[in-house]
Ligand binder design. Structure first.
Ligand code: TXA
Ligand code: MG
Length: 316
């Protein structure tokens, strides 16, 4: 179900945020900034709005959505908080962390949000615009990344419009996202906390707070978003490249020549913030050629960066 609409570009000021809240209250779809990536929001308690999200993204409907709330109290109303959840929420919320935990009985969350799972994914974003939108609306907002299914996540309003113009009611434009990678998703339904997706909070920091190691969930466990080919540019992609081969455009990391560089100083946070935007730009520059990417260290945010690159490089 794809609706042909005029997509409004709203300034992220008081008036624009109020307008976005009105659209969401009426069951419309609004893309909004978070510190990770732009989300495609719909009222999580409105089944038609949630169905609209899947339609706008062409997303397979078995894929459950993250619900966004303004504070920890609102999260408590939706999921059961274990000790692990308490520690993580206290340390990392608001911020780029999503908790998957058993959903409480009697919430008004639409069935499509969880795709029939007994668990719910919840996040308290840190972006001030996301926070005021959620506070004004006072309802949980279901929001996947605001890109057509299988494409690169958007880190600016222009990226959102590239993929979804005419398919959503509005986008709140607050400029580029600071983190640039989706949230880290931790599964807390079982005894041992599980890493369901590496993301904007390094795994090492989470393990430190929990005082225990995370179980790495396999690609087919419980996290349907873990499809192999995901976050994909059109151009084929090669990782761990020391230098570009003939016919390749080069995405660098650290000093040296490159068509674009994730971070000349080798800073992983800077690299994360640039990753999706640079992949989009190189995809256009490549014009049918391959994108080669310099090696990225496999620690801290590098784990999440390499995870996204592996998906972009996966056979389609
Ligand atoms: O940073 C983010 O997390 C962004 C911003 C907009 O908040 N959102 C985002 O959503 O990346 P999305 O839909 O692109 O990815 C959500 C992931 C999917 O891999 C989905 O399968 C997983 O969360 N997920 C959602 N509910 C789940 C559940 N109950 N159990 C396991 N995985 C779940
Ligand atoms: Mg996504």
């Amino acid at each position: 179900m794809t609706r042909a609409v005029q997509t409004q570009r709203l300034a992220a000021d008081r008036q624009g945020i109020a307008q976005a809240a009105d659209i969401l209250r009426d069951g419309g779809l609004v893309a909004f900034p978070t510190e990770t990536v732009y989300g495609l929001g719909g009222d999580a308690t409105n089944p038609a709005a949630v169905a609209g999200i899947f339609g706008a993204k062409d997303r397979p409907s078995f894929n459950p959505l993250i619900v966004h709330v303004p504070d920890v109290g609102a999260a408590r109303a939706l999921i059961n908080f274990s000790n692990h959840a308490e520690k993580l929420a206290e340390t990392f919320w608001p911020g780029p962390l999503t908790l998957v935990a058993p959903m409480r009985a009697g919430t008004k969350i639409a069935d499509l949000v969880t795709a029939g799972l007994p668990t719910l994914a919840v996040r308290v974003p840190a972006h001030p615009v996301a926070r005021s939108l959620l506070e004004i609306l006072d309802r949980p907002v279901a929001a996947p990344s605001a890109n057509p299914s299988g494409r690169i996540s958007p880190t600016s309003a222009a990226h959102v419009l590239d993929g979804l113009d005419g398919r959503i009611d509005a986008v709140l434009d607050a400029g580029p996202c600071a983190v640039g990678l989706e949230s880290t998703i931790i599964g807390l339904a079982d005894e041992t906390p599980q890493l369901l997706r590496p993301g904007g909070i390094p795994i090492e920091r989470i393990e430190e707070v929990l005082g225990t190691g995370l179980e790495k969930a396999g690609p087919d466990i419980n996290a349907p978003g873990q499809l192999a080919s995901h976050y994909a540019p059109n151009a084929p992609l090669r990782m761990e490249a020391q230098s570009p081969a003939p016919g390749e455009v080069f995405l660098g990391f650290g000093p040296g020549d490159a068509d674009l560089n994730l971070s000349r100083s080798g800073d992983l946070a800077e690299a994360a913030a640039h990753l999706f935007g640079h992949l989009r730009a190189l995809d256009i520059m490549a014009a049918g050629r391959r994108i080669a990417v310099a090696p990225i260290p496999e620690h801290g945010l590098g784990l999440a960066i390499n995870d996204r690159l592996r998906r972009a490089a996966a056979p389609r």
